[in-house]
Design a protein around this ligand. Structure first.
Ligand SMILES: [Fe+2]
Ligand SMILES: [Fe+2]
Length: 242
C-alpha cells in the first residue's frame, strides 16, 4: 500500500465517522430529553432510572469526544433524522397521556426503550466497524457505552414488568383519550431537515422503495425522505410536537 493510499480514508471509514457524528448529535440532545422524561415520570423509581442514565449519557458524550480526538476529527454533531423521529414520538406520548398516570409511565418506558434500542444498534454497529478499521481503542470505548445502553434497557424492562404496566392495565381510561387525536395541525422538529431532503430528491413517489432509494443515491442522500412521512398505506404519518 502506498503512503497516499494509507492517508486517504476508505468509504467505510467516512461512513463510520458520519455515524459517530450522528450518535454524538443524539447524545447531546438526550441529556435534555432525559431531563424532561424525569420531570414527567410519575414514580420515584422511573425518575431515578432516567436521572442515572442522564449521568451515563455525559460519559457517552465524553467517550465519543475521545474517539473524535483519536481519529483526528473535530467534535461536530450531524443531525440524526432517525433519533429525531423517536424524540417526536416521545412528545406525542406526553401529549396524549395524563400527568401522574401509570399509563404515562408505561408509555414513557416504551418511548425510552425505543431510544435505547436505536442506541444499541448504533453502538453495536460502530464497534464492529471500529474493529474492522483497526481502531481497537475506539471499539473498546464504544463497547463500554453499548453495555450501559443495554443495562438501561434491562432496568426499564424490569420497571415495566414489576409494577408500572400492571398498574396501567387496571387504570380506568380518561374519556377524552377515547376520541381520535387531532391531526389537523401537525408539526415536527424533523420537518426542516426532511423538507431539505425532499427538495433534494425531486420526483420521488411516496413509499416507492427501490425508485426512491435510487433517486436518493443519485442525490447523494440515503433512503427516501418521502417514505419517512407516510405509513404503509401511503397516508401521511401522524406526528405532532408541542
Ligand atoms: Fe447513550
Ligand atoms: Fe441511552
Amino acid at each position: 500500500m502506498t503512503t497516499q493510499e494509507k492517508e486517504t480514508p476508505s468509504g467505510l471509514e467516512l461512513f463510520y465517522r458520519t455515524m459517530l457524528q450522528e450518535i454524538y448529535w443524539c447524545e447531546l440532545h438526550l441529556r435534555d430529553v432525559l431531563d424532561n422524561m424525569e420531570e414527567r415520570a410519575g414514580t420515584d423509581e422511573l425518575k431515578l432510572a432516567f436521572r442515572t442514565h442522564r449521568a451515563e449519557t455525559n460519559d457517552h458524550i465524553a467517550r465519543l469526544e475521545k474517539i473524535f480526538y483519536l481519529e483526528g476529527m473535530g467534535a461536530q454533531p450531524i443531525f440524526c433524522v432517525g433519533m429525531q423521529g423517536l424524540f417526536d414520538e416521545g412528545w406525542l406520548v406526553i401529549d396524549e397521556t395524563e400527568e401522574g398516570s401509570a399509563h404515562r409511565d408505561a408509555a414513557l418506558i416504551v418511548a425510552a426503550q425505543k431510544v435505547e434500542h436505536y442506541e444499541i444498534a448504533a453502538y453495536g454497529s460502530l464497534s464492529t466497524l471500529a474493529k474492522t478499521l483497526g481502531f481497537q481503542e475506539a471499539a473498546d470505548l464504544l463497547e463500554q457505552t453499548l453495555a450501559e445502553e443495554k443495562k438501561t434497557d434491562g432496568i426499564l424492562t424490569q420497571l415495566a414488568e414489576s409494577d408500572i404496566n400492571i398498574d396501567a392495565s387496571i387504570e380506568p381510561v380518561n374519556k377524552e383519550q377515547l376520541s381520535p387525536p387531532d391531526t389537523g395541525s401537525i408539526t415536527t422538529e424533523s420537518e426542516p431537515a426532511i423538507a431539505t431532503m425532499k427538495g433534494a430528491i425531486k420526483g420521488m413517489d411516496a413509499g416507492a422503495g427501490s425508485k426512491a432509494t435510487q433517486a436518493g443515491n443519485e442525490a447523494g442522500i440515503p433512503g427516501s425522505a418521502e417514505a419517512l412521512l407516510v405509513n404503509d398505506s401511503g397516508k401521511p404519518k401522524r406526528t405532532k410536537r408541542t
